[in-house]
Ligand binder design. Structure first.
Ligand code: HEM
Length: 369
């Protein structure tokens, strides 16, 4: 029952390995002034710091509604909980006079050719990413935040996801997505601080406002997997669509999961098709090195569609220092990929994960407000 530190130069929930339960909740902000906005971020900071550390809520007085929902019992254990707060472009409209301080690349998510976006599952002024070992802990945290902010936040949409549990301290196998493939193999290494500075954290300069340093652009995409169709597709075809072997996760020209594919030695796509997912996503050329992103997705399953098909897929989440050079460039290369026959993005949004709160007494978005 480990607790993850809330304070730091960067927010938690970005570099630490994703635990078994993940959730994103998007909100509209109801605050009516800059002062109220500050109250919101102070409250979010206070709740996140408390919930992540765990502890005992204030003593109950049975004449009043309880301070805590009680769903974890009277003692709240940390359960590897992280809360990560991000803001959407809409927060920088003229409501709070923040337009001049908008992170440079933050825009409203635009539609890509294969998207069938449902407006009820898109965008939002504020995004809360909640991760923990168990769904009870993420739900508890969500209810806590909602209870603390009735006049400041209105829930817009939420999506819950899952991964295989990490057992103990041993490095777990790369989790599989719902198409059966290992997902995360080629991610840049979060332990490589210099690489994270290059690919994940927004740095001052490059047209970014000073307050944004240490934050990161966060993309969320709800991508349905058409699993009935996938399950009737020959294994070899599945592997050529992905560019990896399903069981081992090895590239098609390699043997082991972490072997590096050598696309330069395969210019005609004899081993790895030119339109394979990993080849388009990361062609491994000098020009595309800057478009690498840190993916941190979860799987989701939410019942069935009206036509009786399973409604499940990938709660795709990624972080990058530059939204345009990162996700948008990668997704543009993926547009039209063969995998599209089996996937349908239906929601999500673009957000900017705020810089961390380095010390006690500070609060999220302090530099902005
Ligand atoms: C790699 C699946 C959507 C970007 C992979 C891999 C799989 C996979 C199995 C190989 C293992 C790995 O390196 O992680 C999927 C599925 C998707 C999906 C099932 C949709 C449901 C996306 C999207 C993006 C993306 C929307 C970004 C726009 C990447 C990148 C890699 C990757 C950058 C690493 C490529 C490399 O460096 O070799 N994906 N993916 N994927 N995917 Fe996806």
């Amino acid at each position: 029952n480990r607790s993850i530190a809330f304070h730091g130069a960067h927010q938690p929930g970005i570099l630490n390995p994703p635990p078994a339960a993940g959730m994103v909740a998007a909100f509209d902000v109801l605050a009516t002034s800059r002062k109220e906005l500050e109250r919101l971020f102070r409250l979010l900071t206070e709740r996140a710091a408390f919930l992540m550390a765990g502890g005992t809520p204030p003593a109950e007085d049975p004449r009043f509604p309880p301070a805590d929902s009680g769903i974890l019992g009277p003692l709240i254990l940390p359960d590897a909980l992280t809360l990560t707060v991000a803001v959407g472009a809409a927060l920088f409209d003229d409501r709070y006079g923040l337009a001049a301080h908008k992170p440079r690349h933050l825009t409203r998510m635009a539609r890509f050719p294969n998207d069938a976006l449902d407006r009820d599952w898109c965008h939002g002024d504020l995004l809360l990413q909640i991760c923990a070992n168990t769904p009870a802990t993420t739900l508890h945290a969500l209810r806590d935040v909602i209870k603390a902010t009735p006049d400041l936040l209105r829930l817009r949409w939420k999506m819950e996801g899952f991964l295989p549990p990490a057992l103990g301290e041993a490095k777990r196998e790369t989790p599989r997505n719902l198409l059966g493939f290992k997902d995360g193999t080629a991610n840049p290494d979060p332990a490589d601080a210099a690489l994270m500075r290059e690919l994940v954290w927004t740095t001052p300069g490059a047209g970014e406002p000073g307050w944004a340093a240490g934050g990161s652009y966060q993309v969320v995409r709800i991508i349905r997997n058409l699993v009935e169709r996938w399950d009737r597709t020959p294994l070899r075809e599945q592997e050529r669509i992905m560019g990896r072997l399903r069981d081992s996760g090895a590239p098609l020209d390699g043997e082991h999961e972490h072997d590096e594919p050598d696309f330069a030695r395969d210019p005609e796509g004899a081993r790895t098709p030119l339109d394979a997912h990993i080849r388009l996503a990361n062609p491994r050329t000098a020009e595309t090195a800057g478009s690498r992103i840190l993916r941190r997705p979860f799987n989701y399953s939410r019942g069935i569609t009206r036509s009786g098909q399973l409604d499940m897929g990938l709660l795709f989440i990624c972080f990058q220092a530059d939204l345009e050079a990162g996700f948008i460039a990668v997704q543009r290369r993926l547009n039209g990929e063969p995998l599209e026959e089996y996937i349908k993005p239906t929601g999500g949004g673009y957000y900017f994960a705020l810089p961390g709160v380095p010390t006690e007494g500070g609060y999220l978005a302090q530099g902005l407000l």
